[in-house]
Design a protein around this ligand. Structure first.
Ligand SMILES: Cc1ncc(COP(=O)(O)O)c(C=O)c1O
Length: 456
């Protein structure tokens, strides 16, 4: 899934101005702090926080009651499911909410596992987060199916297409593949993998958790059967959602207990779904929908403002196609901004010889602004990632270190034993000055270590 660079006029100031709309970011700049840990989770936009507060304070109720709190909550829930359908480009009944991507994947694996038999195989990649590996590993083991792993090329962390071809065959039942790596930021050839899975009659399960804040998701274009993402990575609350293709949503044996209906969700059945059990996280879901509206507003703020002043709550189909069009334009702006951030980081880091960037270093459109780095000390030995990370954090660069559950990838790259990498990951609320600050800090740490070595 390549990032779309469209023709919307880009203005860097937009991304400077929106920072104040993220309450948690306020005051950080004044304290000399650069928050660059976006791949672990974004900060929430104020509208998402507000939507959660409103849900809890104005209509806190279960759905299905005959009083206004309950019907207002059902309206909001319906609106949120439609919004998420527009976000993913699917029907509202194809949207499943859950507590986390990991939990949704594991839940789905319980159902898909019932359709597997001996001699079947399941394919995962060495690029993926454990959330899109572990459930399938367990499922395959329980069903007596074989688990195969698609290899990753060392030099750029792209998927090895020979390995893709040799893993997927007529006995493949499911192929799980990442849409973007949370460790090295590569955007792999997921479209080809999905097409190959389909050509062999296998299901495809796409993890778009890392991609979602960076590029527009389009499940129809991708042609996948499942796609998962988590609003806490795209400016909303801790929650997850899944696209589950309608035919499968109806036909797969649901692994469920009461209270969960046998239906797909609709307004008339109070949004009851055979894939969602018990009472839903209404306030989180409202916050997630607001996060999507925020992203859409980046390109269409004025249009939205007009709608609000007209009191248009939720225009049905034109509203949703307008939302989708605004999202497309917004992601185009985000892409242009993030490409600048990536370019600045990648070109700047070249002048700090002690720093190595793992993963793609050339094509900034085939990656997100997430960088896995290592630094060598004056003795030529790698500095343990947690030590480098501590130095950066002491200097106000808030990032993290480790393998970030992309264990197969750190092992493939030979980094696992040494403690993984330091991950510096930007989001659209980061600006070029943040990148420069990170580069200065890396340079300073590298020079300080060399100077210290000389005096020893
Ligand atoms: C690429 C990727 N997939 C899956 C997950 C797991 O998502 P969740 O925390 O919603 O379970 C993460 C979390 O960081 C991730 O980065």
């Amino acid at each position: 899934m390549k990032k779309d660079i469209g023709g919307v006029p880009y203005d860097q100031n937009l991304f400077k101005s929106i920072r104040s709309e993220f309450p948690a970011l306020r005051g950080l700049e004044e304290r000399g702090i650069v928050l660059c840990d976006g791949a672990a989770g974004s900060q929430m936009h104020q509208s998402a926080i507000q939507a959660m507060v409103e849900s809890a304070s104005r209509r806190n109720s279960n759905v299905g009651g005959s009083f206004s709190f309950s019907s207002d909550n059902l309206d909001a829930f319906t609106h949120a499911r439609r919004t998420m359908g527009a976000f993913l480009n699917c029907k509202e009944e194809e949207v499943v909410f859950g507590s986390s991507a990991t939990a949704l994947n594991f839940h789905m694996s319980r159902s898909i596992g019932r359709t597997l038999g001996r001699g079947d195989n399941v394919v995962v990649t060495c690029l993926d987060h454990a959330a899109n590996v572990g459930p399938w590993e367990t499922m395959a083991a329980e069903a007596g199916a074989e688990l195969r792993r698609i290899k990753v090329r060392h030099q750029d962390c792209a998927l090895d297409m020979d390995s893709v071809r040799s893993c997927i065959d007529s006995r493949t039942r499911l192929v799980a593949c990442s849409a973007a790596s949370n460790l090295v930021g590569v955007i792999p050839q997921v479209q080809e993998v999905v097409s190959m899975a389909r050509a062999h009659g296998a299901l495809s399960y796409v993890d778009a958790v890392h991609l979602a804040p960076h590029a527009l998701i389009d499940v129809r274009q991708l042609g996948c059967d499942f796609l998962v993402c988590s609003p806490y990575k795209f400016f909303g609350p801790h929650l997850a959602l899944l696209f589950l293709r309608e035919g499968l949503a109806r036909s797969l044996p649901a692994y469920k207990i009461r209270p969960a209906t046998d239906d797909l969700p609709s307004f008339s059945n109070c949004q009851g779904s055979r894939w969602e059990m018990g009472t839903q996280n209404y306030e989180g879901i409202a916050g997630a929908a607001a996060a999507v509206s925020y992203i859409a507003s980046l390109s269409g703020r004025q249009r939205e403002e007009k709608e609000r002043s007209r009191g248009t709550q939720e225009p049905p189909s034109e509203g949703l196609s307008l939302l989708r069009a605004s999202l497309r334009d917004s992601y185009s702006l985000i892409s242009q901004h993030e490409s600048l951030l990536s370019d600045r980081f990648l070109s700047g880091v070249r002048s700090i010889p002690a720093v190595k960037v793992h993963g793609p270093t050339a094509d900034q459109h085939g990656r997100t602004p997430t960088f896995a780095i290592s630094m060598t000390g004056a003795d030529g030995q790698p500095i343990p990632p947690h030590v480098l990370c501590e130095s950066l954090v002491e200097d106000g660069i808030w990032c993290s270190s480790g393998n970030f559950y992309a264990l197969d990838l750190t092992e493939t790259l030979g980094l696992e034993e040494g403690g993984g990498v330091v991950r510096v990951s930007f989001l659209h609320y980061n600006v070029l000055e943040d990148v420069d600050r990170v580069l200065r800090s890396l340079d300073k740490i590298s020079k300080r270590r060399s100077a210290k070595a000389r005096t020893q």
